[in-house]
Write a protein that binds this ligand. Structure first.
Ligand code: ATP
Ligand code: MG
Ligand code: MN
Length: 596
């Protein structure tokens, strides 16, 4: 995919920004048809540090790189040579971690200009941008690594130096680009499927808290107005539980905007002009500033109805409709529910199922916490049997999962998966990836470099985990169905299993607590869209889809990016590339906390 060119005059604070550049990202570059032999540095992958480069130099360098290098990448890890005008370590470290910098050749822009002028790869050391990295720049220079006579590969008479730099172990050939030095297990896994480079800095100065789209705002886990957010969220949840969906969404949007507002709100005038802060929410903000509370939220919180509905919908599988029905029957507590559903407290219901408890859930169309999960149940007459099981699981599922346990779950699951299908990779997504200290469930996206392996893997793997005693329940198990650009809902078409999982005795952490585990199996070409889609948060995703639709006439979801008019699909090779493709600034997961 062609690299996104910088807009000539960036106006980072305007919402229409990067439309031009983003649409050009979808067009083949006019230079793209150059033969490799016409390129001055055909085997070199470049990364340009944009900081401190003026727009005209930037577009000159992008033009030269696009035209003459093998590839211009959007992730410094993948580059052979990094171009920058920065000369000081401290400044460089703001953009590239030092450990990574030491594995690269880091040069001034003049290197590229001279390579092009002389039509060959020149020694990087003469152009070293950071003096402290001169030796590394020399060692990692592709001029050295490309010339066998100098670096001594098997054809050469010179011996291979034992301290050969990491980057030269894989020569930057087309195939070499796909390789990684991570570990033996990962030896054949293409770099593009490995964990994203967490070090890509979020360009906070280019994100805009006043944008209408959460995907263009920086939303931290905890914001300076978190107390206000908490109050507003009570009203939001109440509206959602009363099935007032539009109204609930208005609050969710207002919350999302406040989440990204970087200052403490001490006057309503600060937020009045922000999108989605209407009269009603404005008044609530004012009230909060004056009293530290929102009366309506406090009234809701104290009401029996809210208490009961919150309790009922905390049971997995009970949505607003069922909750209302139970409330209207006079039920108020979990104990009432247990009696109603005939749950015998002492009799283990789901701990030792004789059959894999799919709970006949396969027939259920979709799960979405808090959104009419029960509709499907009732339609298929499955609600009661499931709710009985969910009630029995409730106490365990209410216990939050610390990060260490999330990591242990992934480790155990990956070890199991490696036995079934070696070579898979995974990313823990969901709240964990956004930096939450404790999660309600664990979400993991898997893929394998060989797309063929992925087909049907989800079901095979869930069966295995069940047989090994780790998975006890499967609430949803969806098989593979092809990408359908015409489908109306935003649900993805990936294979996935929403399960209940317990760490085995052999694990480092064995507390016997049953945990919700969502596993998503993505073919390699849509791995990164799946990772983005499942990283959340909900409003971030919603606005990402909205942005793609409004501004690019594209459809984004976890199972792919599709251009609407001709259904052409795009396959970003990294997470950053997906942002580039959508004309969006990079937002690291910890800045995607656009919900309460
Ligand atoms: P926590 O699990 O701690 O409550 P979370 O953000 O991980 O927080 P999840 O409900 O696990 O919440 O969802 C994670 C993300 O996965 C959501 O933000 C949403 O974008 C996506 N997601 C969840 N369920 C589905 C689904 N059925 N289809 C597509 N995407 C989903
Ligand atoms: Mg989660
Ligand atoms: Mn989940």
């Amino acid at each position: 995919m062609p690299f996104k060119r910088p807009a000539p005059e960036p106006h980072p604070r305007s919402d229409s920004q990067s439309l031009e550049s983003s649409s050009s990202a979808l067009q083949p570059s006019k230079h793209a048809r150059l033969e490799p032999s016409e390129k001055a540095i055909p085997d070199v992958t470049l990364y340009i540090v944009q900081a401190k480069l003026d727009p005209s130099s930037l577009s000159e360098l992008f033009r030269l790189a696009e035209r003459h290098a093998q590839r211009l990448c959007s992730n410094a890890t993948e580059a052979d040579v990094i171009i920058t005008t920065i000369r000081m370590r401290r400044r460089l470290e703001r953009h590239i971690p030092w450990t990574l910098a030491k594995q690269k050749a880091i040069v001034t822009p003049q290197w590229l200009r001279d390579c092009v002028k002389q039509n060959k790869v020149l020694p990087c050391v003469d152009y070293a941008a950071i003096q402290e990295l001169r030796t590394e720049t020399e060692k990692n220079c592709p001029e050295c690594n490309l010339a066998p006579c100098l670096c001594g590969d098997s054809d050469s008479e010179v011996e291979t130096p034992s301290n050969q730099p990491a980057s030269s172990k894989h020569r930057p050939t087309k195939a070499g680009l796909e390789e990684t030095q991570e570990s033996d297990m990962h030896a054949k896994i293409p770099a593009r499927l490995l964990h994203p480079d967490p070090s890509i800095p979020t360009p906070l100065d280019k994100l805009n808290y006043a944008s209408r789209y959460a995907c263009r705002r920086a939303s931290p886990l905890t914001c300076p107005n978190q107390e206000l957010v908490r109050e507003l969220d009570i009203v939001h949840r109440s509206r959602a539980m009363e099935s007032e969906e539009r109204n609930a969404l208005s609050y969710q949007r207002a919350i999302s905007v406040i989440k990204a507002y970087p200052h403490r709100i001490t006057s309503v005038s600060q937020v009045q002009k922000l999108p989605f802060i209407g009269q009603k929410t404005g008044t609530m903000v004012e009230e909060f500033i004056d009293t530290g509370k929102i009366e309506e939220a406090q009234t809701i919180l104290a009401s029996d109805r809210f208490k009961a509905l919150s309790l009922f919908t905390s049971v997995y599988g009970i949505g607003p409709n069922t909750a209302h029905r139970l409330y209207s029957l006079g039920l108020r507590s979990i104990n009432d529910l247990e009696i109603y559903y005939g749950v015998e407290r002492d009799e283990p219901q789901a701990t030792g199922p004789s059959e894999l408890q799919e709970v006949e859930m396969q027939k259920r169309p979709h799960y979405w916490r808090g959104q009419d999960q029960d509709k499907g149940n009732r339609k298929h007459g499955l609600g009661d049997s499931w709710i009985r099981i969910a009630l029995e699981l409730r106490e365990d599922l209410a216990i939050k999962i610390p990060r260490a346990e999330v990591e242990e779950m992934e480790r155990i699951v990956m070890a199991e998966l490696a036995e079934l299908e070696p070579g898979c990779v995974s990313t823990i997504v969901g709240g964990y990836r956004r930096g939450k200290p404790e999660s309600n469930d664990v979400d993991i996206v898997f893929t394998h470099p060989d797309a063929g392996v992925m087909k049907g893997l989800c079901k095979r793997f869930v069966r295995r985990l069940y047989e090994r005693g780790m998975v006890s329940h499967v609430m949803h198990l969806s098989g593979f169905h092809g990408h359908n650009p015409l489908r109306t809902t935003h649900w993805d078409s990936l294979e996935k299993a929403l399960t209940v999982f317990t760490l085995p005795n052999s694990s480092q952490i064995h507390n016997g607590i049953r945990r919700r585990l969502d596993m998503i199996f993505a073919p390699p070409e849509v791995y990164w869209t799946a990772v983005i889609g499942w990283s959340g948060s909900i409003m971030f995703q919603r606005d990402l889809r909205q942005w793609a639709k409004d501004k690019l006439a594209m459809k984004f979801d976890s199972s792919g990016i599709t251009r609407r008019y001709d259904s052409k699909m795009f396959f970003p090779k990294t997470e950053k590339e997906a942002f580039d493709l959508l004309g969006l600034e990079w937002v690291a997961p910890e800045w995607r906390n656009a919900d309460a």
